[in-house]
Design a protein around this ligand. Structure first.
Ligand SMILES: [Zn+2]
Length: 374
C-alpha cells in the first residue's frame, strides 16, 4: 500500500458510557487512513439538542460513543483515493476548513429514494456510532475526526466563525430540509414553535425566502427576545396561548394570544405534542405543518381528522436532511452569518477537557448552544 498517511500525534476522545456515568478519556494513535477517507483536525463542536437528550438519558445511543455531530475542522490528510474535490466540485487541500454531512452512505448502498439519502440502510452517522477498537475518531468530542469515503464535505471560508460553522452540519441543514418540505415560502405567513437554534435559523431562512409574517412561539420569555434579531415579526409565549399575552422582556415585538390567525406554514422544532397540536390548529386553509422536533419518545398528538380534511391541510415530517439541503444551508450561512447574530447563540464555550461541565451547564441552564473548543 503506497501513500500511507504520515504520523500524527495521538489524539484523545471523550467517551460517553451512558446517562449518569462520567466521561471516559481514551488517547490513541491516529489509525491508518483507509482509501477515500480524510483525516480532520477537529476545531470546534457545538452540543446539539439531541446530544443533551442523550446525556440526560432521554435518547438512546450506543453504550460507548463519541458524541458531537455539529463539527467543523481542518483537513490534515486526504487519502489519494479521494476525488480531491468537495461536494460543490471545488478542489480541497490539506489545511482547508470544511464542514461535512452528519451521515455517510456506503458506496454499495442505494438510498430508498434519491432525495432521501439520510434514510439509507447501513447508514454511518458521525457522533452516533459505537466507538470500537481503532474506530474512535468518529464524533465531534475528540481531537480528530476521520471522514468516511462518500461523506459530503464542503470547503468553507475561515472567516465564518467556528461557532457558526460548526452548526451547519445539523441545525441549519435540518432547517433547510424543513423549508424544502414546506414548499414555497415567498408571501407566506409562518409560525415557528421553539426559539432554539433550529427555530431561530428557521425564522431567518423564512425571512430571506420572502415570508411576509414570521411568528415565534416558546414557553420561555427569556428566549423569545432572540426572535426579533432573527427576523420574527411577532412573538408568543406558550402554553399560555389563549390568555392575553404579557409583554416579553427584551423585545419590541408585538405579542398576541394564540392561535395565530391563519398561518400558511407552521414549523415545529419542539417535539411537544401540545405545541404540534396548536400548530396544526393554527393553519389556514391549504396550510402545511412541518414537524422536525419530535425525535424523542412522547405521547401521540391529538389531531382532528375532520379539520385536516375540510381545511385541506398537510402534515409533513422531516428527519435530518439530504445533500441539497446541506449545500443550501452552507450557502445560507455563507451569505447571512454577518446579517444575523448566529455567533451569539453559542452562549458559553468550554475546552474539551471540561466536557462534563459543558454538558452539566447545557442541561441545567438550557442555553441555545454550548460550544466546545478542541
Ligand atoms: Zn443534531
Amino acid at each position: 500500500m503506497k501513500d500511507r498517511s504520515p504520523s500524527f500525534p495521538p489524539g484523545k476522545a471523550a467517551i460517553f458510557n451512558g446517562h449518569g456515568k462520567p466521561f471516559e478519556w481514551i488517547t490513541r494513535p491516529v489509525p491508518f487512513i483507509k482509501p477515500g477517507e480524510i483525516l480532520v483536525k477537529t476545531r470546534y463542536t457545538t452540543l446539539c439538542g439531541s446530544d443533551i437528550h442523550t446525556y440526560c438519558g432521554r435518547r438512546m445511543e450506543p453504550p460507548h460513543v463519541v458524541l458531537g455531530h455539529e463539527i467543523v475542522g481542518d483537513i490534515l490528510w486526504i487519502d489519494p483515493a479521494h476525488s480531491g474535490k468537495d461536494f460543490r466540485g471545488q478542489p480541497i487541500a490539506v489545511g482547508d476548513r470544511i464542514t461535512w454531512s452528519i451521515f455517510s452512505v456506503p458506496a454499495d448502498i442505494t438510498p430508498p429514494r434519491p432525495d432521501m439519502p439520510q434514510k439509507s440502510s447501513s447508514l454511518f452517522k458521525y457522533g452516533h456510532v459505537l466507538a470500537d477498537g481503532e474506530d474512535l475518531f468518529n464524533g465531534g468530542l475528540a481531537d480528530y475526526c476521520i471522514l468516511r469515503a462518500n461523506t459530503a464535505l464542503i470547503r468553507i471560508a475561515e472567516s465564518i466563525p467556528l461557532k457558526v460553522a460548526a452548526t451547519i452540519s445539523c441545525a441549519h441543514s435540518t432547517v433547510m430540509g424543513g423549508l424544502r418540505v414546506a414548499g414555497d415560502i415567498a408571501g407566506k405567513k409562518v409560525l415557528v414553535f421553539g426559539a432554539g437554534l433550529l427555530g431561530l435559523s428557521c425564522l431567518a431562512m423564512c425571512k430571506e425566502a420572502g415570508a411576509v409574517q414570521t411568528g415565534i412561539v416558546d414557553p420561555d420569555p427569556g428566549r423569545l427576545h432572540w426572535g426579533e434579531k432573527f427576523g420574527a415579526t411577532s412573538a408568543f409565549t406558550f402554553p399560555e396561548a389563549t390568555a392575553p399575552a404579557a409583554p416579553i422582556p427584551g423585545t419590541t415585538l408585538a405579542t398576541a394570544p394564540l392561535p395565530w390567525p391563519e398561518a400558511d406554514i407552521v414549523f415545529d422544532m419542539t417535539g411537544n405534542p401540545q405545541a404540534m397540536k396548536m400548530g396544526v390548529d393554527s393553519l389556514a386553509i391549504g396550510g402545511c405543518a412541518v414537524w422536525i422536533g419530535a425525535v424523542y419518545p412522547a405521547p401521540p398528538v391529538q389531531v382532528d381528522a375532520q379539520m385536516i380534511v375540510r381545511k385541506l391541510l398537510q402534515i409533513r415530517g422531516l428527519h435530518n436532511y439530504n445533500y441539497q439541503d446541506f449545500v443550501n444551508a452552507t450557502s445560507f450561512i455563507e451569505n447571512n452569518y454577518r446579517k444575523y447574530p448566529f455567533e451569539s447563540l453559542v452562549e458559553k464555550e468550554y475546552p474539551l477537557d471540561d466536557i462534563e461541565a459543558a454538558f452539566t451547564f447545557a442541561s441545567n441552564s438550557k442555553p441555545v448552544r454550548v460550544g466546545i473548543k478542541i
